[in-house]
Design a protein around this ligand. Structure first.
Ligand code: ASP
Ligand code: MG
Length: 418
């Protein structure tokens, strides 16, 4: 049994969904298909939510109507009989409208998961119904009933044991050869919907692979596989056919947007290979991530993580007990969900680089109780694995660098955006 994951870019158009049908019909094995929301639907639903939270009903209804039109347009182009597709998604749009008409949300993170999770429910309904119309028998599953998570809304973690019992029962490959479920979503033990963090569908696919003991997990993406750098930013990129789990974790942590950082652990734990394959040319091999590879990566790997903030904190009472302040500062940052990407400490101060997010202001505020806080924003963090003076010169020449860290093979440069 294999797991296939199709991301938002793969399902952003009728042509993309037809391509899924082509890829799936070339496969005779049992399949669990994980699908993300179509195109930029998650962003669009975030806009609906923001208006909802501000009790701006008119805007939220109008923005939701745009989301509905986008999906209806795809359905009209895709289906021989569009009425079948429209009927499949109608109850979901009705539920969304009901929420909005009912009134005002209070807890932002909880409402986020309630509403934004519909992106994946809608996309999977369309894909499943289309595959059926095309003669590819399949069964649609609601992952809110199958993936049990903690209640960390918007960034939930899957509870593997509880989920396994449910998923095993639901995905019975003696009943159906193909199951289709949503990426990105689950529910806590009480049944309140949760989401697993932006771009979390990869993580869902890895969890499903782990729980169902898949032979492999394949992420179909609009790239030729894993490259040594993002071709939109760097020139002369090269393809890396094989990586170890460890390579992949390091890349994801440094900000390579190829896979979600949480994806690797569930696969590594069961030694399941992860394929990253080009959606547009399914006959090409792409890249594979697994326990061991024939040879180490022999090209420098460049990763640029944008939208970084450098925060420096110094205890107000000038205390030199670094350990104590370290743990205090990290407790606050953790509580406010800051994602720390680099750490540097001196005798009395700690500097951390974090992703800029809506949580930052609250964290800085609370840190201000015990620390003198300074920060710089509009930064980007360049990580170079397989470092040489030549490549450093090439990538950082003329740039304003605020912080550098260098170990044997890796260099990290925190620079002002240009
Ligand atoms: N739809 C979600 C997002 O855009 C999850 C995903 O695409 O992986 O963040
Ligand atoms: Mg996406």
């Amino acid at each position: 049994m294999q797991v296939y994951k199709f991301g938002g870019a793969s399902v952003r158009s009728a042509e993309g969904i037809r391509n899924i049908a082509r890829i799936v019909s070339g496969q005779n094995d049992s399949l669990f298909i994980v699908v993300s929301a179509m195109g930029k639907t998650t962003n669009a639903l975030e806009v609906v939510l923001d208006a909802f939270m501000k009790a701006d009903r008119k805007t939220s209804i109008q923005k939701l109507a745009e989301v509905e039109t986008y999906h209806h347009d795809i359905i009209s182009e895709l289906f021989v009989n569009p009425e079948v597709g429209r009927k499949a998604v109608q109850p979901l749009f009705d539920e969304l409208k009901n929420y909005i008409n009912k009134g005002v949300g209070d807890d932002y993170d909880r409402w986020y998961d309630h509403l934004v999770s519909y992106g994946e429910l809608i996309s999977t309904k369309i894909v499943s119904t289309y595959l059926s119309e095309s003669g590819i028998e399949n069964s649609w599953l609601d992952m809110r009933r199958l993936l049990v998570t903690d209640s960390n809304f918007r960034e939930a973690n899957v509870r593997m044991d509880e989920s396994q019992v449910r998923l095993y029962k639901a995905a019975d490959f003696n009943q159906h050869r193909i199951y289709i479920g949503q990426g990105f979503i689950g529910a806590n033990i009480k049944g309140d919907p949760t989401t697993l963090g932006r771009e979390g569908s990869d993580y869902s696919a890895a969890v499903v692979g782990n729980l169902l003991n898949a032979e492999s997990v394949t992420i179909w993406k609009d790239v030729p596989g894993i490259l040594n750098a993002d071709p939109r930013i760097f020139e002369n990129t090269v393809h890396i056919p094989e990586l170890t789990y460890l390579d992949a974790v390091e890349l994801a942590y440094s900000g390579a947007q190829i896979i979600h950082p949480k994806t690797i652990k569930p696969l590594e734990n069961k030694n399941i290979p992860l394929y990253v394959r080009p959606f547009g040319s399914p006959s090409e091999a792409g890249s594979v991530i697994k326990a061991t590879t024939a040879k180490p990566i022999d090209v420098p790997v460049l990763i640029l993580r944008k939208n970084q903030v450098l925060v420096t904190v110094r205890p107000r009472d000038f205390s030199f007990v670094l350990e104590e302040s370290l743990s205090k500062a990290f407790t606050v940052m953790n509580k406010h969900r800051l994602k720390v990407t680099m750490i540097q400490s001196s005798a009395i101060s700690i500097s951390v680089c974090v992703d800029n997010s809506r949580y930052l202001a609250g964290a800085l505020d609370e840190l201000g109780n015990d620390f003198k806080v300074t920060y710089n924003d509009a930064l980007e963090l360049l990580t170079i694995r397989g470092i040489s003076d030549e490549i450093v010169l090439k990538t950082t020449f003329g740039r304003t660098i605020l912080l550098t860290q260098r170990t044997r093979r890796t260099g990290r440069f925190l620079m002002k955006e240009i």
